[in-house]
Design a protein around this ligand. Structure first.
Ligand code: HT7
Ligand code: ZN
Length: 876
């Protein structure tokens, strides 16, 4: 397959002013007629018009009114080229597609009998021939024609300007989008749907129409999405001064979708998972996901749509920035400092669980990649989550006001344009009079920097020095890295646990509890003055940069931070370090057959935190979750998944036994009687209560089993019901009857059936044979991405000790399903292929099995570019 390089970017030879599209919708044979006005781009030397097209049947091609015959254009691979074109061109193109056969869920497809589109990144070319690249922005008018009884609702971007009957049972709707946009933001929906709608008044006084469209029977699950949309609109007005620019904003839910949602202009299309919720079917985590994703897609209207990407190498320009915005939105919605910290800790966990491994693996790439084979493989945690960290660092360096100034300048300069990450950085720098030249390395260098700290206290001079050294491990194609510009937020704790007022060499930040040190060299020493006692340093507060911090903390220092740090992220972090040190030792002990033990100090610290009523339940829950098996594995030279699992289980079992009375007390103290509410405080209580329950069920006696059974039977919401069932499954108790009743209660709720598969897939007792058996269940299908992910991905990524079974049988299963999925949906298959990214880190025996499985996939004929890129990079 062909690799595409950022350095080869050329401006488009022709720009498009207007696009008129006509659709005669039919599942087996949809006719698409387009009329496109183009003009030569003075920035290009070429006079060739290059159109992209895939899986299309070309019926008719006319240029300035004249039909072009095959010799007058070139059709090769996925491009159609018209050489030496006039300066001004009107193209009229007619194509045929078969949406019902489109299992890729890219382009125009059918889901449960309805039509939907997904055009990002390169789906528009599966609808019609077009310069399908984000730097070609045009105004669209769309005419939809379809059978009225089957597809009563016809939607597209922008405003509905006309609708009516066509006779013979068909009807039409004409939509016009007043804003120019790249083709990846085009969308249509033709469906039998119903909507919840509301007129909403913007801060300016302008009234807009908001709609949430779902299948009949789901109208009782749209309130939270609607509320989240209204909150998003208000938040963007208040925090960034950004107003909704359309008179109508629609969200449509679809059951078959490759990702979470899509920000098509004015017509956001969502995976049902991020729309549908009521207390019966959705958990607290689902509710939080809906708020975040509704916000995310809405915020794209400015960061992505009004200002878009010049090319797909700049993807993080819109995704990193929009994730940062949705993170800030969710944090502001909670409103308290501790709630904000809880969201921040969650972000750090995601980075460590998924992004750090990606940055150290075969698919490592910079936030702005230099090359790719298949762009769909680059919708990654690096582009999204690390990209958001990079944006967050601007705010840390410039302050909230400085960041806002940078945003304002960015829109002032680039509204209506397709730009680069460098343009965003320039706006931040220019608006604040700062040189952010070195900051560019966050975009160009892959890998997770390691910052090593050393400290020195001089009691006589009353100074405390922190020396920071940075280095970044090599990644493919990037042997040597240059120093990053790293904001390191630091506080110092006195013996009483309180923050010392800091005075540094930097003149403008005196007397604060936290200062942001700017590490730009390979090594720098920062001095704090007037320090009366040897402090405990709290370094990288609020996780101020996406780095690995190395500091030789003593146990006593960590315990001090774990009990007192005013920065909740570092307080949590101290607990993670205490646990990790012990987990690594226990893993070695398991592997070498040594006896296992857990010290009383650690248990006492966990106990103190568990019962500390001054702390939010949500924070306590997070602080008591042990580092995951994946995160432990990342710390090891040679990974032994079963040893890690046993070590972690031992720690959980020991804590459960030692803290049983406290766990039971917290279980009872954190009940949330009354009507269900997904607010952060109630959700935090449920989280802590259910964590306690899961501990109590590690080695349960009849009383604990009864508690879980009672919660399962009487739960008034899905959070508690699912948590009880998971705890029962993990306890190893006989749960066939519970699984059966759960399924029966929810068999018509697809998202709950996904949960039913997911909880079984991730259970430590579920081996590959059990997964194969579950695949025979009538509700299982590979064709629906949510369903495939619920069982297969939750097994390969969420059940490490079973996926890495010594005989390699689960790797064979993986290979078989990557190949099967690839024939249906290459994007989903390539995601599954990534489960094997870190194969070289396992024991030689496991490596050999994994290599064989990877080679089996690589050798398969007719592999998509998506999967080929992933497996060949893994094997390289
Ligand atoms: N911008 C959207 C990306 C997306 C996508 C990309 C490739 C294939 C399918 C897709 N569905 C959505 C989602 C977002 O980040 O907002
Ligand atoms: Zn996005």
């Amino acid at each position: 397959p062909q690799t595409i390089f950022r350095k080869d970017y050329l401006p488009p030879s022709y720009l498009v002013d207007t696009v008129e599209l006509g659709f005669d919708l039919d599942p087996a044979r949809t006719i698409v007629a387009s009329r496109v006005t183009l003009r030569h781009n003075p920035a290009s030397k070429s006079r060739d018009i290059v159109l992209h097209g895939e899986a299309l049947e070309l019926v008719q091609l006319r240029l300035n009114g004249k039909t072009l015959r095959p010799g007058q254009y070139e059709l090769s691979g996925s491009t159609l080229t018209i050489r030496k074109a006039p300066l001004a061109v009107v193209l009229e193109i007619e194509t045929l597609t078969a949406p019902v056969k489109n299992t890729t869920l890219s382009g125009l497809y059918v889901s449960n009998g309805n039509f939907f589109t997904q055009c990002e990144a390169e789906g528009f070319r599966r609808i019609t021939y077009f310069p399908d690249r984000p730097d070609v922005m045009a105004k669209y008018t769309v005419m939809l024609r379809a059978d009225k009884a089957l597809y009563p609702v016809l939607l597209s971007n922008g405003n509905l300007i006309e609708q009516g009957e066509l006779g013979d049972g068909r009807h039409y709707a004409k939509w016009e989008d007043p804003f120019k946009k790249p083709s990846y933001l085009f969308a249509l929906v033709a469906a039998r749907l119903v909507c919840q709608e509301e007129r909403y008044t913007l801060q300016s006084g302008r009234e807009v129409l908001l709609q949430v469209w779902v299948e009949e029977g789901n109208l009782d699950k749209t309130d939270y999405a609607m509320q989240s949309l209204k909150n998003s609109i208000r938040w963007d007005e208040q925090r960034f001064g950004l107003e909704l620019d359309l008179d109508r904003f629609m969200i449509v839910a679809v059951g078959d979708f490759n990702m979470g949602a899509m920000e098509n202009k004015g017509l956001n299309i969502f995976n049902t998972k991020f729309v549908l919720a009521n207390s019966r079917v959705a958990t607290d985590i689902d509710y939080a996901g809906i708020e975040a994703v509704v916000g995310h897609e809405y915020f794209h209207n400015w960061t992505g749509n009004r200002v878009t990407c010049r090319d797909w190498f700049q993807l993080s320009l819109k995704e990193g920035l929009t994730v940062f915005r949705d993170q800030e939105f969710s944090a502001d919605m909670i409103g308290t400092d501790s709630g904000r910290a809880v969201t921040r800790i969650d972000q750090v966990r995601t980075l460590r669980q998924a992004q750090f491994p990606e940055d150290a693996g075969p698919m490592a790439h910079p936030v702005r990649p230099d090359s790719f084979v298949e762009i769909n493989n680059f919708y990654t945690v690096t582009i999204y989550e690390k990209g958001a960290e990079v944006v967050r660092m601007y705010q840390t360096l410039l302050g909230r006001d400085g960041f806002r100034k940078g945003m304002d300048l960015y829109f002032e300069r680039h509204d209506g344009q397709a730009v680069e990450c460098d343009d965003f950085r320039a706006a931040m720098a220019d608006a604040n009079g700062r040189d952010l030249g070195q900051f560019e390395r966050w975009y160009s260098q892959a890998g997770t920097p390691v910052v090593r700290a050393e400290t020195n206290y001089d009691a006589i001079a009353r100074t405390f020095d922190i020396t920071l050294r940075q280095h970044c491990p090599a990644s493919a194609g990037q042997e040597h890295k240059l120093p990053f510009h790293i904001p390191v937020a630091v506080g110092l704790l006195g013996a009483d646990g309180r923050d010392l007022a800091l005075s540094t060499d930097a003149k403008d930040r005196q007397g604060q509890a936290t200062v942001v040190l700017e590490l730009t060299g390979e090594e720098q020493t920062f001095r704090f003055h007037d320090i009366a006692e040897r402090p405990t340093p709290s370094i990288l507060r609020d996780f101020s940069a996406p780095v690995v911090l190395e500091y030789d903390y003593t146990d006593a220092e960590l315990l001090h931070l774990f009990s007192h740090d005013s920065d909740p992220v570092n307080r949590w972090e101290a607990g993670q370090r205490l646990a990790m040190e012990r987990l690594l030792k226990l893993t070695t002990a398991v592997a070498t057959g040594k006896p296992l033990a857990l010290d009383a100090t650690f248990i006492a610290a966990q106990r103190a935190l568990l019962v500390d009523e001054t702390l939010d339940p949500a924070f306590r829950e997070l602080a008591l979750i042990l580092p995951s098996e994946t995160i432990i594995a990342e710390q090891m030279e040679v990974v032994e998944p079963q040893a890690i699992h046993s070590a972690r289980q031992f720690m959980r079992r020991t804590l459960a036994a030692a803290l049983k009375p406290e766990l039971l007390a917290q279980y009872h103290a954190n009940q949330t009687p009354g009507a269900y509410s997904p607010d952060a405080l109630s959700a935090g209580k449920r989280a802590l209560k259910n964590l306690a329950l899961s501990y109590l069920l590690i080695a349960p006696q009849e009383a604990e089993l009864a508690l879980a059974r009672q919660q399962f039977a009487e739960a008034g919401n899905m959070t508690d019901r699912a948590a009880a069932l998971v705890a029962l499954i993990h306890s190893g108790a006989e749960v066939g009857e519970h699984l059966h009743s759960f399924y029966q209660d929810f068999e018509h709720e697809a998202l709950v059936v996904d949960k039913w598969f997911a909880m079984q897939a991730a259970a430590p007792g579920t081996d590959v044979a059990a997964v194969r058996k579950l695949m025979e269940h009538p509700a299982f299908t590979l064709k629906n991405p949510n369903r495939a992910r619920s069982l297969i991905f939750n097994f390969t990524n969420g059940n490490p000790s079973q996926f890495h079974a010594a005989d390699g049988s689960a790797y064979e299963f993986w290979a078989e399903h990557v190949i099967k999925l690839d024939a249906l949906n290459p994007q989903v298959a390539a995601r599954l292929a990534r489960s094997m990214d870190r194969w070289r880190r396992y024991t030689p025996a496991l490596q050999a099995h994994m290599q064989r499985a990877l080679e089996r996939v690589a050798a398969h004929a007719r592999l998509s570019n998506d999967v080929l890129e992933v497996v060949s990079k893994a094997l390289a």
